[in-house]
Design a protein around this ligand. Sequence first.
Ligand code: LLP
Length: 420
Amino acid sequence: MAYKNDELYVEDASLVALAREHHTPLFVYSKSAMLSSLSAYQRGFAGRNALICYAMKANSSLGVLQVFAEAGCGFDIVSGGELTRVLKAGADPQKVIFSGVGKTRAEMRQALDAGIACFNVESIPELDVLNEVALSAGKVAPISLRVNPNVDPKTHPYISTGLKGNKFGIAHEEALATYRHAASLKGLRVVGIDCHIGSQITTITPYLDAMDRVLDLVANVEAAGIPIHHIDFGGGLGINYNGDTPPEADVLWAQLLTKIDARGFGSKQLMIEPGRSLVGNAGVCVTEVLYTKQGSDKSFCIVDAAMNDLPRPAMYQAYHGIVPCKLPAKPDGIRLARVPIYDVVGPVCESGDWLGKDRELDVVSGDLLAVLSTGAYCMAMASNYNSRGRAAEVLVDGDTATLIRSRETIEDQMKMEKLL
Ligand code: LLP
């Protein structure tokens, strides 16, 4: 993404031109940015028996999934809906793994019928139900146990998942007994181990700590006569939202691989489930300034995107950069000497509906802004709150821009409803 002649471009497509054609709010994704993020993981795993499973919860639009399916990725899914989507996008079911604490019997059956690679199981009751479902379908379910390593990832509490108090995974101390139980069930085949400690992690230490604990377990489980074929390290790295400095994926992997090799597990299949880092910085949301308004304490820049399109600021007080799609050249070529400071807010009737606080912006009604790093956990978490239709999405590949999702109309929204 760069300014050319004072206009912001995603690859070779002008955001101003895309907004003119498809209107706003509009998500725009760069295919080359996605593939370049993926290549950092591929480099990290070069020469290894490894599978990168895109955690499609980050962005499950079909066009995005297709990019990763064509690049040979596997997928981490968390629902039957995600399975249907990813198969439609061309994924190989044998590269699909199924995470999540609350899989239903119907979802288990759907995934067994599709022939997925592995169920990441999170509790003993889930193991027992999966065993029953598999036996009644005449199949054997490949499973891995998601162990909770009790490591603090030092991220937002809502997206920490590997601590004792979280609902996820099987406690480290109970893992060995649970593996023994799993191995005794005829409808299951133990294939792996997995963990996930949280999201938007920007330092290497929590991964190394979690890895130590997981590798200890691999050794114990194998000593109990249960072979572990793959080790899955859960989600990927955090990204740069506001000066964050996560390591490159290949740098992280070099350190993890040193540990894995030292413990003699280097020939096992290695997996990772990155979501945010593959798509987050590859997307922007283009929004139009509707009004500027001086409050008594603050000034507001009211835009046509809102918390229903971009829920992360409201949910996690998350920061997203906000920049103009066209740099504001004044007629005499001089920009404002003192740029006003605005809270950028949407039209939804909640005070929590803000996209950015205290931002310097030289804007007037009708200007276009780009909300940055919105490729992950934005469209996928969008809602129809205030009966707002969900935004359109465009995927750019060089100078080709494809509309991968049309703007949702009010008729689309009401299609499933009926009057009394
Ligand atoms: N695997 C599992 C089991 C997960 O729960 C997650 C994310 C991932 C992989 C992908 O993690 P990533 O590579 O994206 O960090 N909505 C929140 C993020 C929630 C993440 C939930 N789990 C946000 O917008 O920050």
